[in-house]
Design a protein around this ligand. Structure first.
Ligand SMILES: [Fe+2]
Ligand SMILES: [Fe+2]
Length: 176
């Protein structure tokens, strides 16, 4: 392999590793772009979880989903939802509260998958499907309603500052 090709494939490997670790936020990036990327990453993992038949693969995927999703949820609550709930508009605040309730549901379902003794039981499969459905609904609503609220109420600069705080909060969750 020539040098340029080798260098290019190395860059691709590093880029995909950064993406899969959810650490690809670049200084100056809009918080909504970072969230979008993470939503897609979790959706892909949930699809694989529902589609695979292998017990060990399912267990690995649950772990990967936990690693990707839990810091996202906690940091999003602190940085995004809290900011939205602080706004005056009653409907906007309700969107934030609804999102937080759905996060709690996702936490509970994910904990159930982590505790499951068998990853090949019908109960495990049902739980995985419910988690995927909940997250599809949640992300769909979040991207439509909450993001609209964020775009209307926070400047581009504020949204960039949110990105920095979001990354810091995620690191804090990972360190626990
Ligand atoms: Fe989200
Ligand atoms: Fe969310």
């Amino acid at each position: 392999m020539n040098l340029i090709r080798r260098a290019k494939s190395q860059v691709r490997r590093i880029a995909s590793r950064r993406r899969s670790n959810g650490e690809a936020a670049v200084a100056g990036e809009d918080i909504l772009d970072v969230l979008k990327r993470e939503h897609e990453e979790v959706a892909a993992l949930l699809n694989r979880l529902v589609e695979t038949d292998s017990g060990p693969a399912r267990k690995r995927l649950v772990q990967q989903i936990k690693t990707a999703l839990v810091p996202h949820l906690r940091a999003e609550e602190k940085v995004l939802y809290r900011a939205v709930i602080r706004l005056r508009d009653r409907r906007v605040r309700q969107h934030g509260e609804e999102g937080i309730i759905e996060h709690r549901l996702a936490d509970n379902i994910l904990a159930g998958l982590g505790r499951a003794r068998s990853a090949t039981s019908p109960q495990f499969e049902a739980t995985a499907k419910v988690l995927r459905e909940l997250m599809q609904h949640h992300v769909d609503e979040e991207e439509r309603e909450i993001w609209q609220d964020v775009r209307e109420n926070f400047s581009a600069d504020e949204r960039m500052r949110m990105t920095r705080r979001f990354e810091t909060e995620k690191q804090r969750v990972r360190a626990v």
